[in-house]
Write a protein that binds this ligand. Structure first.
Ligand SMILES: Nc1ncnc2c1ncn2[C@@H]1O[C@H](COP(=O)(O)OP(=O)(O)OP(=O)(O)O)[C@@H](O)[C@H]1O
Ligand SMILES: [Mg+2]
Length: 259
């Protein structure tokens, strides 16, 4: 099979508004973008700028009010709810800020959950879940419940669950938002590794300017609009300056600690 030049994700003039009349909120305003397969990308921007809305539209959790949404060459904006749910189950892995693990289930059972939609034996589901937990470095913690794992470990379980159906696209909304700096870096390392080792396309929403060091591409939103050209570069530069200042402060703190 020859490599396709078609992007994995393509949005044309996508808008999303909520409510009517005076209460109308335009969450996304005429956004067009394309993203090639096998890339780790970040959506960045202030609170309320439309990052989650954009991610939800790409992953088929939400629907655009206008415009075209193509993922893997398919017009997902034309699918009805059932078609979207079936498409999502096979093609998209979801990772959330708050992990969304089932507390009464073990790590292995949590990871195996999405496979219930597929015609597989219980033994095969467990085998695949153990494999996915091995990929995220938790092969030794299969029987632990979420409460017996650290935040960073819980997020790695959630990432294993996102991988279990072998989707081409993994989307993550603030995956490091509930984690300390060290666990956040481990999660970013892991996401980058999924791209490098498994060829996944990863799209992440983040507030964390340090994440720019991990991603291949960043998209910058402001008030529902995607910045481009000089405005996007300026936004990226400003975030890098914040990240550099933060890492210098950490360095200075460590030096003080040694003094
Ligand atoms: N279901 C909804 N009903 C009404 N307004 C909504 C709804 N979902 C989002 N919005 C509005 O759309 C805008 C964009 O929201 P969105 O959640 O995409 O922002 P965000 O960039 O992800 O912000 P944050 O960084 O705070 O998560 C906001 O003004 C929000 O209030
Ligand atoms: Mg959000």
């Amino acid at each position: 099979m020859t490599a396709s030049a078609e992007p994995l994700i393509e949005l044309r003039r996508v808008s999303r508004s909520y409510g009517d009349g005076a209460a109308r909120v335009v969450a996304l305003d005429d956004v067009s973008l394309s993203l090639e397969a096998g890339v780790f990308a970040a959506f960045m921007g202030p609170s309320g700028s439309g990052k989650s809305t954009l991610l939800n539209i790409i992953s088929g959790i939400d629907c655009a009010s206008a415009g075209e949404v193509r993922v893997g060459g398919r017009r997902i904006d034309r699918m009805n709810e059932d078609e979207l749910a079936r498409w999502r189950a096979r093609h998209v892995g979801l990772v959330f800020q708050s992990f969304n693990l089932v507390p009464v289930l073990s790590a292995l059972e949590n990871v195996a959950l999405p496979l219930l939609l597929f015609d597989l034996s219980g033994e095969e589901r467990r085998r695949r879940a153990a494999l996915a937990l091995g990929i995220v470095g938790l092969g030794e913690r299969l029987e632990h419940r979420p409460s017996q794992l650290s935040g960073g470990e819980q997020q790695r379980v959630a990432i294993a669950r996102a991988l279990i159906t072998d989707p081409e696209l993994v989307v993550a909304d603030e995956p490091t938002g509930n984690l300390d700096a060290k666990s956040a870096e481990a999660v970013l390392d892991l996401l980058r590794e999924l791209r490098a080792r498994l060829g996944k396309t990863i799209v992440m929403v983040t507030h964390d300017p340090r994440a720019l060091r991990w991603v291949d591409r960043s998209f910058h939103l402001d008030k529902g609009r995607l910045l481009s050209g000089a405005a996007a570069e300026q936004a990226a530069r400003a975030l890098r300056a914040v990240a550099d200042a933060a890492s210098q402060a950490v360095g200075a703190g460590a030096a003080l600690g040694r003094a």
